[in-house]
Design a protein around this ligand. Structure first.
Ligand SMILES: Cc1cc2nc3c(=O)[nH]c(=O)nc-3n(C[C@H](O)[C@H](O)[C@H](O)COP(=O)(O)OP(=O)(O)OC[C@H]3O[C@@H](n4cnc5c(N)ncnc54)[C@H](O)[C@@H]3O)c2cc1C
Length: 359
C-alpha cells in the first residue's frame, strides 16, 4: 500500500497535523512511544508541561478546551526569578496552565480521526527516495517493515532523525542537553521558579511543581559536564532553603535553541518538518508547544490545499512564526546578558510584590 503522508512523531505537532489533514489523504502516523497502552509510559517526553498563553490561544483557536485529567496541581500565577549572577530576586505575573505532559499528548492523539492509521511502539529507522515515492523503514513490534509514501513529515522532536537525514549538510540549532529530576516534596510552591546562573548554563534552569513532586530542570550547552553542572544547581537551591526529598525519576533529552533563521528547516522535496524537528521553539524561554501546534496546523492547511507546491506555501505561511523566533532571539540577547538583565530586573518593570514569608 502507498500512503499519501507518513508522519513520524505523535507529539503535539504530529497529532495536530494528523487531526487536521483532509480525509481524502491516506495517512499513517507512527510513534516510538506506547501512547495507547494502559501500562506506565516507557518513553515519556521530558518536558516542564507548562502551557503558555500562546499555546492556550492556539487550542482556543482549534476550538479545544483541556480535559480535567490533563491538568495537575498546583496552578501557578507567577514566576519567581532568581538571578544568582546578580543576587536579585523578583516575581512576575504569569498565566501558565500546569499539565501532565504525557496525558496532554495522549489526549491530542485521541482527537486524531479514525481514518488516520496510527502505529505506536513503532520506530522510524530511515528512508530513501525511490522513483516518485519515499520508502520508509520502521521497526514495528520487533519486525523491520518498509512503507511507501508520497510525502514524509518529520514531527519527531529535537532529536529528529528525519531532519538529520534530509538536511544533513545544514546547520542545526544550538543543541542543549536538558536534565530534569523529580524530587518528592511536602511543600507546595505557588510559583514557577526560573534561575539564571552562568556557572550552570548560559540559558536557564527551573523548578516546577507537579502534585507531590518538584521537578528541577536545566538546559545546558556544555553537555560533557552537564551532570556536574546540574548538581551545582541543586546544591545552590538547597542552600537557598529549597527542600528536595528523594529523587524518584531522572529524565534527559536534547533541546533546540535556534539562534539564526537559517537554523529552521521546513522542507526538502517531499520531506517536511514541523514542530521542534524543524527548529520551531522559543530561543528565549524554550516554550515549544505553541510552535508545535501552529506549525502542524499550518502544514495541514498547505497540504489540504494541494500536495503540489505544498512546500512553498508552507514557507510563506510560516513567515510570521519565523519572525517571532527572530524577535525572541533579540529578547534573549537582553535576558541572558547578566548586565542588561541586572538593569532590567533592578528597575522592577513588570515585577510584582509578594508576601515575604511565601516559600
Ligand atoms: C526539559 C524540557 C522542558 C520543556 N518544557 C516546556 C514547557 O513547559 N512548555 C512548552 O511549551 N514547551 C516546553 N518544552 C518544549 C516542548 O516540549 C517541545 O518543543 C514540544 O514537545 C515539541 O513538540 P513536537 O511535537 O514538535 O515534538 P515532541 O513533543 O518531542 O514529539 C516528538 C515525537 O516523536 C516521537 N519520535 C521521535 N523519534 C522517533 C522515531 N525515530 N520513531 C518514532 N517516533 C519518534 C517521540 O516519541 C515523540 O512522541 C520543553 C522541552 C524540554 C526538553
Amino acid at each position: 500500500m502507498v500512503y499519501d503522508i507518513v508522519i513520524v512523531g505523535g507529539g503535539p505537532s504530529g497529532s495536530t497535523l494528523a487531526r487536521m489533514l483532509d480525509e481524502k489523504y491516506k495517512v499513517l502516523l507512527i510513534d516510538k512511544r506506547n501512547l495507547y497502552d494502559e501500562i506506565n509510559f516507557k518513553r515519556e517526553k521530558c518536558c516542564g508541561g507548562l502551557l503558555a498563553p500562546d499555546a492556550q490561544k492556539v487550542l482556543a483557536q482549534f476550538g479545544l478546551g483541556l480535559p480535567k485529567d490533563v491538568i495537575v496541581g498546583p496552578q501557578m500565577f507567577s514566576v519567581r526569578s532568581i538571578d544568582i549572577d546578580n543576587h536579585i530576586l523578583k516575581y512576575y505575573q504569569r498565566h501558565y496552565i500546569n499539565v501532565h505532559r504525557e496525558k496532554f499528548d495522549r489526549w491530542l492523539l485521541s482527537l486524531v480521526p479514525q481514518n488516520v492509521q496510527v502505529m505506536t511502539s513503532c520506530i522510524f529507522k530511515g528512508y530513501r527516495e525511490t522513483e516518485g515515492n519515499i520508502e520508509v523503514e520502521v521497526f514495528n513490534q520487533g519486525v523491520t517493515e518498509k512503507i511507501s509514501t508520497k510525502l514524509l513529515v518529520g514531527a519527531d522532536g529535537a532529536t529528529s532523525k528525519v531532519r538529520r537525514m534530509a538536511f544533513e549538510n545544514d546547520k542545526l540549532p544550538d543543541r542543549y542537553v536538558s536534565i530534569q529530576k523529580w524530587y518528592k516534596t511536602s511543600k507546595e510552591s505557588p510559583h514557577f521558579i526560573s534561575i539564571f546562573d552562568e556557572e550552570v548554563t548560559d540559558f536557564y534552569s527551573w523548578v516546577i511543581q507537579k502534585e507531590d513532586y518538584a521537578i528541577v530542570g536545566a538546559a545546558i550547552l556544555d553537555y560533557a559536564n552537564a551532570n556536574e553542572k546540574f548538581q551545582i544547581l541543586v546544591e545552590k537551591l538547597r542552600k537557598k532553603g529549597y527542600e528536595f526529598g528523594k529523587c524518584i525519576k531522572r529524565e534527559g533529552t536534547w533541546i533546540m535553541r535556534p539562534r539564526k533563521l537559517n537554523q529552521i528547516n521546513l522542507f526538502k522535496g517531499n520531506v517536511a518538518l514541523i514542530g521542534e524537528a524543524g527548529g520551531f521553539i522559543s530561543p528565549s524561554s524554550a516554550e515549544g508547544i505553541s510552535y508545535a501546534l501552529k506549525s502542524g496546523a499550518i502544514l495541514a492547511d498547505c497540504i489540504n490545499h494541494s500536495m503540489k507546491n505544498y512546500g512553498l506555501r508552507y514557507k510563506r505561511k510560516t513567515t510570521k512564526l519565523r519572525i517571532n523566533i527572530f524577535v525572541k532571539n533579540l529578547k534573549s540577547l537582553l535576558m541572558y546578558n547578566k548586565f542588561t538583565r541586572k538593569l532590567i530586573m533592578k528597575t522592577g518593570v513588570l515585577a510584582m510584590e509578594v508576601h515575604k514569608n511565601v516559600y
